[in-house]
Design a binder for this molecule. Sequence first.
Ligand SMILES: [Zn+2]
Ligand SMILES: [Zn+2]
Length: 426
Amino acid sequence: MNGYITNEKDLRGEPMGSEVLSIILNSAENAFLQVGVFVGAVLLLFGYINYKQSGNFIRKIEESKKIQPILGALLGLTPGCGGAIFVMPLFVKGKVTFGTIIATLIATMGDSAFVIISTLPLEYILVSVISFIAAIITGYVVDYYHVGDKLLKNMNIITREEAHIINEKSDHNIINNESVEEFVHIGHDEGDEIDVILHHNAKGHQEHGTVAYEITHKGFIIYWGVLVIGLILGIMLLFQMDVNDLIIKDLGKIVGIGGTILSIILMIMSKKFIGDDTHEEAELKSISLKETIIHSASETAFVSTWVYLAYLIYEFGIFFLGKGNYGAGELIMTNLMTSAGLYAVLVGALIGLIPGCGPQVIFVALFTKGLVPFGALVANAISQDGDALFPLLVIDRKSSLWATIITTIPALIIGLIIYFIEMRMV
Ligand SMILES: [Zn+2]
Ligand SMILES: [Zn+2]
């Protein structure tokens, strides 16, 4: 857990205002160079795999009834929300069981997966294995008690006629100037009830021709450029090199702070605040490689901004706890967190109730800073549903409510068990 932005010496004797400013700037530099750039690389890699695979995988899951919860859990495990987002409408269409939905959501870690893969890969593997087992068991239990039958029976889905879009032609030609023959839906068809809800009535893709669209769909090149330079610096940092003392003086500061500023701009322009992935965008990404690269930039910007927020919380927390003395603040913070470990597990599971990846990224980033016990990370990973809950939320509120509640139960049980094992080992 190195990489503290300010040390004691820097803070002493400086006026308050400049200390605050240095925390803001140093956190920006570190959030981007220590986490953001690696998140970008991993995110693009998995974006590409999703682009190649997600359609096939969804078809497979529809065909294999018996092992659906296992396949759902596998899809949920893939970092990000793309895979899991496609599973939700399948339940409404009667193609997968509710246990499959639960298994998928339990295994899903959303975008916070990228934060932990790129900072603590071993912990990531461990938490994935645990989530995977929890997902499969819970999925089959839910199916055994036929929880989904009742939900399906009481579901009241809006039809095309009710939505008054009978004559409206497909408005999915969002990809401009590109030779995409037709919009291929994943897990549902053009003009069906899912199309009505997820493409016409829910948050989909940005409006074509708007300023925000232009900035996100053209500015992504600049963003990836800065990210590549940042990645080189980030790797140098891993080897303990001073990136602010190279040929170009303060290069680390320039790229790090610049990268965070660009991330914030891109996040605002792509109008992503709590969640960052929608069904429509996930489908677009599976059709077009260019859209994959564009939206992976927006997603990286989203995650980087939330990581920056986590860094600010961490650094200001230490600063104020220690009344300006960094070392003292750090000690108080660590003691506070160790004594509150059990509550951290509860908090982790409860944060998981919130749909969307943003709040989860904060929690996981604090784990990478050593503030949260591993049991709490597991509780959060199991409980949280990433952005995958959003499509279900707009299709059928009741199902999504039950889904997010049910995933909290194994989160608490397993999170607490692991926490107590953890405490015994120390
Ligand atoms: Zn669709
Ligand atoms: Zn797009």
